[in-house]
Design a protein around this ligand. Structure first.
Ligand code: CUA
Length: 283
């Protein structure tokens, strides 16, 4: 069977080998127990003398198990890294989780609820935040799972190797309707995805971010180099988010203490569109 994604393939292989090694250990243990039960059965004639010390054996089992466990750790780490390490994303989509639904905002303007459309054969990055409690974004077929937290962005990367519909599920107990907090992810050919985004009538994230930038007063300082530092070249979502909500938390040099906190005055959607807009600033 063709793998659904690179990550799914490596997770499956690791799980299979782990299961086989565990099965082998179980068989060995039960085998030895049975063998020695029979050999040393009460009344049976057997040599019952034993060594109290066997350094060779001790070193062997310590070293061998250490090597086995460390190699599983390294292998698992490698697989995990593929999912979480930032690599260049061809497409980035924002995910909002709230009890008990999913919202997806595509930078091109498309907005979706509970049904996410993505292009296949492309590196996808989802940037996610919760509006209430902890949720978890889970596509079982892709072996992709990432917690979604309030107040902070988490990300996940994957690349689908084929088109089709896949189940989406919340994997963190989040209240009464947790079990129904599901949805669907549809992978399309890239052209079809782009057409879908183009046909959507909503404005792009950047455009709505521009509006926030102008109406919430950001422009009155950040539109002027003498009043506030330049925003050109800022691309880290989490840094931008924290700087907007808690501007005094970091040392801002000579601009220290000027900017007010926007905590509570911007919705998660406004924040993300604002961030998207600022990320687009060029010299
Ligand atoms: Cu959201 Cu469980």
């Amino acid at each position: 069977m063709r793998p659904l994604s690179q990550v799914a393939h490596s997770v499956d292989l690791l799980t299979l080998v782990l299961t086989l090694v565990c099965a082998l250990v179980v068989i060995l243990i039960i085998g030895f127990i049975t063998y020695y039960c029979l050999k040393y059965k009460a009344g049976k004639k057997a040599d019952r003398s034993y060594d109290t010390q066997s350094t060779g054996l001790e070193i062997t089992w310590t070293a061998l198990t250490l090597v086995i466990f460390v190699s599983f750790f390294a292998w698992g780490m490698n697989v995990y890294q593929k999912q979480v390490s930032p690599k260049k994303a061809d497409y980035e989509v924002y995910v909002f989780a709230k009890r008990w639904m999913w919202e997806f905002h595509h930078p091109g303007g498309l907005r979706e609820i509970n049904h996410l459309h993505l292009p296949s054969h492309k590196n996808i990055r989802l940037r996610m935040v919760s509006k209430d409690v902890i949720h978890s974004f889970y596509i079982p077929d892709f072996r992709v799972k990432q917690d979604i937290l309030p107040e902070t962005y988490t990300s996940i990367h994957f690349k689908a190797e084929r088109v089709g519909d896949f189940l989406l599920q919340c994997a963190e107990y989040c209240g009464t309707d947790h079990s129904r907090m599901g949805g669907k992810v549809t992978f399309l050919k890239e052209e079809e995805y782009l057409k879908l985004v183009k046909d959507s009538t909503t404005v792009t994230l950047g455009a709505s971010g521009k509006e926030v930038f102008e109406t919430k007063g950001c422009i009155s300082c950040h539109g002027n180099e003498r009043m506030a530092p330049s925003l050109v070249g800022l691309t880290d979502d989490s840094y931008l988010r924290k700087s907007i909500l808690y501007p005094t938390n970091k040392n801002r040099g000579r601009y220290q203490g000027i900017m007010p906190s926007y905590q509570g005055t911007l919705s998660e959607e406004e924040l993300i569109s604002l961030i998207q807009y600022i990320k687009g600033f060029r010299k």
